[in-house]
Design a binder for this molecule. Sequence first.
Ligand code: KIV
Ligand code: ZN
Length: 517
Amino acid sequence: MSKKQLIIFDTTLRDGEQSPGAAMTQDEKLRIALALQRLRVDVIEAGFAAASPGDFAAIQAIARELTDTTVCSLARANAGDVTKAGEALKLARRKRIHTFIATSPIHMEMKLRMAPEQVLESAVGAVKLARQFTDDVEFSAEDAVRSDMDFLCRIFEAAIKAGATTINVPDTVGYSIPGLWGERMRQLIERVPNADKVIWSTHCHNDLGLAVANSLAAVQAGALQVECTINGLGERAGNASLEEIVMAVKTRADVFDVETRIDATQIVPCSRLVSTITGYPVQPNKAIVGANAFAHESGIHQDGVLKHRETYEIMRAEDVGWAANKLTLGKLSGRAAFRARLEELGYKFRSEAELAEAFARFKDLADKKHEIFDEDLQMLVTQADAARSEDRVQLEWMETTSKTGTRPIAKVALNLEGEIHEVQAQGDGPVDAVFAAIEKLIGSGSKLLLYSVNAITTGTDSQGEVTVRLAKDGRVVNGLGADTDIIIASAKAYINAINRLEVPISAHPQRTFEPVP
Ligand code: KIV
Ligand code: ZN
């Protein structure tokens, strides 16, 4: 019997971007959108058009560029939001408006301060208006998990009547458990009139670590769309992770009567790209995309796998794209090969000057590191994106001294809006000293929320990929840096975060510049 298609709705660029510090630039969003298209996701939620002019422009750019994927914008259930979504999506080959309103008593009373009837009316109005822009309209009942079942049935019935084509049931706060969530989906499909005229969708958050399990239970109960994100990125504990859903359905084809269109070999490259751009590292033991997901440590397991792979492996690493860790280019590779490989990886240079700049960085890296892998190339262009010539703060040079029994010293020279300043500082370690030196010059007053180092590839000559998360006045940003020297990578990441914070560096007259002796 042929299987039904499970629609994969990716919300990395919308719900995923709501993770602290994961805000992305328009170019970064476009690169991820193109990678998601290569992955063959069915719908990309590109943003929330009414949230900001930046979100609007990013949705427009993605809508213009994508050819094979439906592009979607989120909209609250009001005329202003829906109209903005419709305008942002104007040029999309395939477009969807996703409108939502909260339906739980706690959200309606405490947040919206609206009566249930007003909520229902807003939902109907928003769906009707959305249908004037596109035939593909999704309606979500926010906090459906804590909503009254009778009210949910009524609002979904009304939304279908008003023209919604997809009905999404979110576990907004990650509260459900698989048995209950599957049962809720089953009852809704049974009870809502005209349920068979729409696609039922599930959207689960991971507060109890059950987002994937709950989503799969909903699929078994009849949902034909799952909303998810790459690496499970998202608000708080994140959303259901796309790679886990896709591989569960594929690996347990004996259990699920659905299949996806996803090209699974694109999973790992896409995961790496999202991690690099957002600065959210993937934990090594994360299913499918973690560095250890296919590593066998114990002798018994290694022996078993060598004798017969399936003894301990239920999936093949290469089927989800792990073969990507292959040698691509070397010191003698030319500019054409460099450009061609990056184009295969989905990166398009905007100008010859940008290509020349990235190629020069590649040659520098090839001098330090004999083998250049796809991951290095990806980091190299992301770095080129991260550190721009117009940045107000740039690293000129730096030097650190560490000796047992003494406090490390960092000497740093920064180019601050065209002027070179040098300073030195001590710290508990060389990285601490470098950050202290940079702060001495910038005086940003920001708070360091996260510092993490990852090896991009294997081996001691691997580049270190550093993420620095800074907070200032309620804004949170991630900075990225990569280098074969992790102290330099750390300085680059800190400076990248400072540039993203856009602190008024000229407004620090108390700053003292110390020439380095
Ligand atoms: O978690 C949620 O409820 C959402 C909705 C907007 C679908 O993200
Ligand atoms: Zn959500």
